[in-house]
Design a protein. Sequence first.
Length: 170
Amino acid sequence: MRVTELNRDTAPEAVDAVFEGLSARSRYLRFHSPTPRLTASARRVLVDVDGERHAAVCARVGGDPIGIARVIKTGECGAEIAVAVVDLWQRRGVGRLLLEELTSVAARMGVAELRGDVLPDNHAMLALVRKVLPGVRMTREIDTIQLSYPLAWVTAEISDADLIESLQEI
């Protein structure tokens, strides 16, 4: 299995393949509503990756896309995340690899906090997030569980001058 970052050239094929590999239930859990097909506008958003505002990573086996995780900036420091793994590859560690790689990509993009909405009955995603993002905050809302995970410690840059100043204060 290989995980690579998508770009505008590689995203359309990956988005279509992963969507087709999702059952009706998996699509519901991912999109929070019955989604028998991707609308043109939803597909446009999913394939519009630029690596700065919107990035996505794709897991492939033998060249075939089997999962995608994405991060979309929602402001200067925050970003929304989402993960989808085709049904045949669920519960095999694909989501974990995607989320770990996505965290690194988000840090590179300067994201300080990851956020996401998960349906309460998506037990697999909630377990995955607890495993990969230790200390994630989960807040129950009316229809979803909102996730919040600070990446500030990953994105912080500490200079030699900062260290020397800190030692002088001791």
